[in-house]
Design a protein around this ligand. Structure first.
Ligand SMILES: [Mg+2]
Length: 394
């Protein structure tokens, strides 16, 4: 079979026959569209565009074109990097960035400047606090094992938990997050919410937990494990972890982290020239595991089971475990996070039409959150202010 690669606009003059999924070609193929032509010239006359097409001649004299959405994963990896300076004058660039930021802030105002509005919305309701960890409570650092939170932040979270049920929702392994936070009175939702555990009964600060979802909770070692919806995936995740460690060890800076129910491949310390090679390796390994899916976050590729479970589902689960129904008017969930995976929780709050989503970001980003904070130090100020407001109102 003859094959060739051309650039072309996939939309013009082509008939879509079917969509298939392949992983055996060298290109970064994720979704592939099979198109059929009788005349190869017809294809080559299509005006050049961004997409790459792999064209193969077939038995009946026509040609099959496989549309390769090349580098979707690589694009996604780049999108998680800081925006690069575009070739423009410094003044023009600064003005344009400034305008964009102003417009974004109007749509997602600072939670500190809108503090009164947020507390007004909580009148007569129970605030439940949800906090992401990396980039929200701790700074983003090169070595994920050293993403420590400050003692001041720990005290702010502890103070918050005195007044409001508080959960840490992270992509990390639950035990790892606990080792950073070290507060027993919190709920911990690790592995993107796939491993949820409440505080021991003696530390629950009087927050009564109702167990409506009997099928999902169990008790171990005197601690309450509330939810582990992906436990059947543990052997598979462990196997993929070992394979990925082996297959990525030749790429300098690549780091595979196991988060128990999911995996992270960190590329913060990988030279950008090697990102493509890393993405290829990861996708090659995953091609043998259709029950696992791949997403990207801030300088990290995330591998998770394909179950319908994410940080948004974890938020809903915890609200229900705390005794609040999905449509409950008596609760005001506040979720603070900085990552793409936090968007699932922001979306749940949007869909509920109640609740406060706060994105931590210094730069404008597409988000379903309503408010913003620039960095962890602002998150700490917000938490301190909220606890102080509650203290004063008692
Ligand atoms: Mg984060």
């Amino acid at each position: 079979m003859r094959s060739m690669i051309v650039s072309a606009d996939a939309k013009k003059g082509m008939v879509v026959k079917q969509r298939v999924r392949v992983s055996d070609l060298k290109l970064d193929l994720i979704d592939v569209t099979i198109l059929r032509f009788l005349d190869l010239k017809q294809i080559l006359q299509v005006s050049p565009g961004k997409r790459l097409l792999k064209i193969e001649s077939v038995k009946d004299g026509g040609h099959v074109v496989r549309e390769a959405r090349v580098s979707r994963l690589l694009d996604s990896m780049r999108a998680s990097s800081p925006a690069r300076a575009k070739p423009a004058s410094a003044t023009t660039r600064a003005a344009s960035v400034d305008d964009e930021k102003k417009s974004w802030i109007l749509r997602h105002p600072s939670a500190l400047s809108m503090f009164e509005e947020i507390t007004r919305a909580s009148m007569g309701k129970k605030i439940v606090m949800f906090l992401d960890y990396d980039g929200t409570l701790s700074p983003i650092v090169e070595d994920p094992d050293r993403a420590f939170m400050s003692q001041e932040m720990r005290e702010a979270v502890k103070d918050t938990a005195t007044f409001f049920p508080t959960a840490i929702v992270s992509g990390r392994c639950r035990d790892k997050v606990y080792s950073f936070v070290q507060l027993t009175e919190l709920y911990y939702a690790g592995s993107h919410g796939m491993d949820i555990k409440g505080p021991p009964r003696s530390c629950s600060n009087g927050n009564k937990v109702k167990f409506n979802l009997f099928s999902l909770h169990r008790i171990t070692d005197g601690d309450l494990v509330l939810c582990q919806p992906a436990s059947e995936f543990l052997p598979m995740i462990d196997e993929v972890y070992k394979t990925l460690v082996e297959s990525t060890k030749s790429i300098p800076g690549a780091r595979v982290e196991t988060n128990k129910f999911c995996l992270s491949v960190h590329f913060r310390c990988v030279d950008e020239k090697s990102w493509d090679a890393l993405a290829e390796q990861v996708k090659l390994v995953l091609s043998g595991y259709p029950k696992l899916k791949l997403t990207s976050g801030r300088k990290v590729l995330e591998i998770r089971p394909t179950i319908e479970w994410d940080k948004g589902k974890a938020l809903e689960f915890l609200l229900e475990a705390l005794g609040f129904a999905a449509s409950d008017d008596d609760v005001l969930p506040i979720y603070i996070g900085d990552d793409r995976t936090d968007e699932d929780a922001f979306k749940v709050l949007r869909q509920r039409g109640r609740g406060v989503g706060i994105l931590v970001s210094k730069v404008p980003k597409e988000t379903s959150a309503s408010y913003s904070l620039e960095e962890p130090s602002e998150v700490r100020r917000f938490l301190c202010r909220l606890a102080e407001w509650k203290r004063q109102s008692l």
